[in-house]
Design a protein around this ligand. Sequence first.
Ligand code: ZN
Ligand code: ZN
Length: 344
Amino acid sequence: MKALVKTQKGVGFIEIQDVEEPRPKPDEVLIEIKACGICGTDIHVKYDEFPYWPPVILGHEFSGRIVEVGAEVKRWKVGDRVVGEPHTLACGECYLCRTGNIQICPAKRSPGWGMNGAMARYLAYPGKLLHAIPDTMSFEEAAVVEPAANAVHDVIERAQVQAGDFVVVLGPGPIGLLAAMAARASGAREVAIIGRSMDEELRFTKARELGFQCFVNVDNENSKEKILALTGGIGADLVVECTGAPQAIVTTVDLIRKKGKICSIGLTGNKPVPFPWDQAAFKVCDVFFCLSTGYTCWDRTITLIASGKIQAGKLVTHRFPLDQWETAFDHVESLKALKVILNP
Ligand SMILES: [Zn+2]
Ligand SMILES: [Zn+2]
């Protein structure tokens, strides 16, 4: 089968290769991949900025149909439509696994970087990590379940947005827009989206299409003044940081109310951040970090997408066949696209 492979360490070294079709182990199923989203992680692997074990097939944001079932798999049958948690190789025995946090098990190695991923016709996958998608959900929309599950985990399960909250999202990329939709689905009274001039054309336009109405372009406006004005001088109940940009991260404390919450999702790429520690102390705010998804957020996310509360499919702006992967990656890197789907 044709697969998109990172062949060795270094910048680049990605090509379409003809590889052997995978065979499912007894606890695995064989999935025919119908759609696979390109994630920031895939771009980081391309540029050698994320751990990975080459040669490895890229891609972890997948949806597909089961075509074969391993002997020990009870829960699935041929024809089932599924998505999968990317928590492969988690040990199941360490403190984190035993406390329900397999997503941060030190042994975890996800498809697309730690083991072969979904930018290929077939993927062999542990049955225990799969979730069913409803017949009404397209495979393309289902490929956005994984990033949406991140936003749901972070904003609904961890930050616990309350009905009536004023929420600020920094960074209107795919995760930022999913976080904004998750906050709205939880009953936020307003979700203000903060970006820059480069976000106006594609990202703010998409956010407006999704029904958001409150924007701050920090290249022309002062975000602190605007958020304080919108909240009667109090500040936001929750600030969700999705940019990973140090100059944006330092502003989160300006935007939050006293005893508010700052939810950090974006990574800086190891840049130092001059975080205003004492200012945060005097705000008595909660600051917490998020990585990956927990078990409970997957079915919740699928329900929220299926009911239209999170319009994940609307984030897909481009789709390409697998052999046009270079154009597809370029669209993501140059911000010409929001979510790009490869059809293997
Ligand atoms: Zn991803
Ligand atoms: Zn473990």
